[in-house]
Each structure stands twice: as C-alpha cells, then as structure tokens.
Design a protein. Structure first.
Length: 281
C-alpha cells in the first residue's frame, strides 16, 4: 500500500499529519472529493480468486449465523470476498477481505443489494475483518494488515485452519491506531463493540467434521447454526410427540383399569345377589 487512505483535497497524507497517531481513525478523518466513482462504476471484486474452499465456507458460515441472530435487522452487512474500496486517493484500488462486518450501514438502495463496499458512499468504517490463510499466504500479515490498520477496522482476525502446531486463531484489536494482538489461540474472544464473541470449535458443517469459526454470546455460549436450530426444533417436536403419546397411553391405561375395576365390582355384586346376600348389610 502506498501512503495512507486519509486524504486532504486529493493528496494522501500520513496519519500523523492529522494528529491521529495515538487514536483510531474515524470516518470524519477522511476527505472525499467530488467526482469519486460509485459502486455501480467499480468492479465487484479485486479479481483475485480464492485458492481454498474454506475461504468461502468459513466466512459463509459466520454470515449464515448472523442472518439468524440479527433476523429482521437491516443495518449491518457481512461481505464475503466483496471488493472494499477504501482509498479516495486511489479510488479504483480495492481489497477483498474473506469476510468483513460493518454495522450502522444504510439499507441497500437496490433489490440487487450491494455489489461492493465503497467507503465514500457508505461513510462507515467496518468493525471486523477476517482472513482465512490457505496454502498460499496472501499478505494477511503484511499488505492487508497495513490496509485494515490504516483504514481503522477495529478487529482483524487471521485464521489459519491448515496449521497443525502454531496457533490457528490470531485476533488483533486496533488500539491507538495500531493493531495489538489480543488472542493468540485463546478464544472465544468477546468484542463489546459488536456484541458478539468469535471463536473456533470442532463441529459438523457442510457434511464435514472439522474446526469452524462461530459466533458466541458474552458467556461463551455458541450460537447454533440455522440447521442446528432446525434439528433441535425437530428433536423437541419429537420429544413433545413422544410425551403426548405416553400421556395418552397412560390415560388409556388408567381408563382401562377403571373399567376393569368397575366390572369386577359389578360381577361381585351379581354373585352376592344370586347367593341371596343382602348387599346393604
């Protein structure tokens, strides 16, 4: 990355020149000159293909769970491999995070939703980015690290699912304009600004048992996937049906017992009558 995405007029200037060296960038630090291209005029991707299926599946799982947690809410966006245009000084330069979460965004203006995330249109700095490291590192700890830090993305998670010995889970938080490692394998990690924790655990998803990324609540309780919720609902329904069946069988058994008892009493009274025994004595 050349220079900083922060600009004054049309020339990039360093963060130190804006006196934000000791704080995190905010959207007000950016100057967006007139005439910048819109999302409709820009490519929807950075053109770099993913080189692992996990780079799509892992962020996809995070998004699916969010869609369930925040059902009905429209003020958020989780982009997957979506072009992120961050530098008004180089408006056609994009980066495509494997996953990127933004809160407080406006509703999409088209039924086709967003084709990309353009900082000067959204006027919102994303809060969270995740990169899935595959066999071929793609600048997760170099170029992308610098860009996300400079733009002001608060949390940056580097997840390396193929590692065997080193920590797969490394989460950074932007503190005074610099990324500081918060978790080097220890997780879930709570992010109060988002209201969620993120972590990894071994489960079955997409018919594959392996470690996946998940969202958690403040008590480290994992949010289930929609499929898991459906399965739990099915199990509850089966349990309720079994309970109803058992209660019906119990009621039927009790009714049959009462009928049998009444019949025995009736038979006994009939025998007493035939023997001439006074039933009232």
């Amino acid at each position: 990355m050349t220079g900083s995405p922060l600009v004054k007029g049309t020339k990039p200037i360093a963060a130190k020149d804006l006196n934000i060296k000791k704080r995190n960038p905010v959207i007000e630090d950016f100057h967006f000159p007139d005439g910048l291209p819109t999302a409709d005029e820009l490519p929807c991707s950075d053109g770099a293909p993913v080189d692992s299926e996990l780079q799509e599946l892992i962020p996809g799982l995070l998004k699916v769970i969010l869609m369930d947690i925040w059902r009905g809410q429209k003020n958020w966006l989780f982009g997957i491999d979506m072009a992120f245009y961050y530098d008004p000084a180089q408006p056609r330069t994009a980066i495509a995070p494997d996953g990127m979460l933004s809160l407080g965004v406006a509703d999409a203006q088209s039924e086709n939703l967003r084709s990309s995330f353009v900082l000067w249109q959204e006027k919102v700095i994303p809060l969270f980015a995740v990169e899935i490291v595959s066999k071929s590192p793609g600048g997760e700890k170099a170029k992308k690290f610098e860009i996300y830090q400079s733009v002001g993305i608060l949390y940056y998670l580097i997840y390396s699912p193929l590692l065997k010995r080193k920590a797969k889970f490394q989460l950074y938080k932007l503190i005074e304009g610099k990324y500081v490692l918060q978790s080097d394998g220890q997780q879930p990690y709570w992010m109060p600004e988002i209201g969620l924790a993120v972590g990894a655990e071994k489960q079955v998803y997409d018919n594959t048992e392996r470690e996946w990324l998940y969202w958690y609540d403040q008590n480290d309780v994992r949010y289930p996937t929609p499929m898991e919720k459906s399965e739990m609902a099915d199990r509850r329904a089966d349990a309720e049906a079994q309970k109803t069946k058992l209660e019906a069988q119990r009621a039927e058994s009790e009714q049959a017992g009462r009928i049998m008892a009444e019949q025995r009493v009736s038979d006994l009274l009939e025998k007493m009558r035939k023997l001439g025994i006074d039933q009232d004595s």
